[in-house]
Design a protein around this ligand. Structure first.
Ligand code: NAP
Length: 312
């Protein structure tokens, strides 16, 4: 096990983490970024973004590569594939032990993002990878000429349903209400797509299959009636929950677990900042994650300056 010392340690290599890495490194403090897996975060799995200013259309992976290269220019040190085992955010320096290394840092910027919420219904866990998927870009190509159900009515569900029509012969969007939550421009693309059928006011109550998924059971929210439809795959897109397993209990969170911050991205602990999807924020976009990262990093650098003043 090797021990590293940095001024700032960033947890998470998505847009918020890279932006924080760029601003902190450029701010003149030694900065490292660790991630549980490969770098790039959630946008790496987005086929295309069309609302990141300056790029009319850009692949999610390509944009994250640009973020990473830009942070590299200012000397950000990167440690992918680091699974956190122990974390002490209150001590000074703060201590993060991973399976292989130990990191000490004056400030920590939490940019661990969020993960898909599960339906928590019978058959879901059993058929993961055999008809249940949370990533259309990763798995869509397996469903050529097949029938797919996408669950949810938000931007993710509707965008991914439209994307899946590139492969599938039919895509059902199953939504629990009679109105979609997705942005109007995204809704219009779904309404105009012949391969998409929306099943309103319905919840999926069970996923059935043999070796792979072959049907789902629906319950109508208005009349309580149950029905079954044949599908080859199901993609739940019912929202996200924060990746906070390792620091739950150490830090103030909202009722859904998202980390609470002030306008400087400071959390309830001195020297600890939270940026991007992991924090309680009204908008979860690449642009807002990048903005959070910049704000958090600038204030983290200022905090490090105050530590130096105390020593003198
Ligand atoms: P979301 O906006 O929270 O939408 C979740 C959807 O799932 C809602 O329609 C919700 O229904 C439904 N739902 C929640 N729990 C459910 C359950 N147990 N069973 C069935 N349906 C359930 O989540 P998201 O679409 O994953 O998006 C997350 C964030 O990323 C949002 O801020 C979104 O705007 C952003 N995003 C933006 C873009 C873009 O701008 N291009 C793309 C993707 C995501 P109700 O509507 O009834 O609550």
């Amino acid at each position: 096990m090797q021990t590293y010392e940095f001024d700032t340690l960033i947890l998470g290599g998505g847009p918020a983490g890279f932006s924080a890495g760029l601003y902190a490194s450029r701010g003149g403090v030694s900065t490292a970024l660790i991630d549980i897996s490969m770098l790039g975060g959630q946008p790496s799995n987005y086929l295309e973004l069309e609302n990141y200013p300056g790029f009319a259309k850009i692949g999610g992976f390509d944009l994250m590569e640009k973020f990473e290269q830009h942070a590299d220019m200012f000397g950000l040190q990167k440690f992918p594939m680091q699974e956190i085992e122990i974390i002490d955010l209150v001590s000074q320096p703060k201590v993060i032990k991973t399976k292989t290394d130990e990191f000490h840092a004056k400030t920590v910027i939490i940019a661990t993002g969020a993960k898909p919420m599960k339906l928590c219904i019978p058959g879901e866990e059993e058929f993961i990878g055999r008809g249940v998927s949370y990533c259309a870009v990763c798995d869509g190509a397996f469903y050529k000429d097949k029938v797919i159900a996408v669950v949810g009515g938000g931007n993710s569900a509707v965008e991914e349903a439209v994307y899946l029509t590139k492969f599938a012969s039919k895509v059902y969007i199953i939504h629990r209400r009679d109105e979609l939550r997705a942005d109007k421009i995204i809704q219009q693309r779904a309404f105009a797509n012949d391969k998409i059928e929306i099943i309103w006011d319905s919840c999926v109550t069970e996923i059935k299959g043999d070796k792979t998924v072959n049907s789902i059971i629906l319950k109508n929210a208005k009349n309580g009636e149950s029905s079954s439809i044949s599908v080859d795959g199901i993609f739940p897109y019912i929202g996200i929950c924060p990746n906070i397993d390792k620091f739950s209990g150490q830090i103030a969170q909202d009722s859904k677990g998202f980390i609470l911050t002030d306008e400087t991205m400071k959390t309830s602990i001195d020297g600890v900042y939270a940026v991007g999807d992991v924090r309680n924020t009204p908008l979860r976009q690449v642009i807002t994650a990048a903005s959070d990262g910049a704000i958090g990093a600038v204030h983290s650098v200022k905090y490090i300056e105050t530590l130096k003043e105390v020593k003198v």
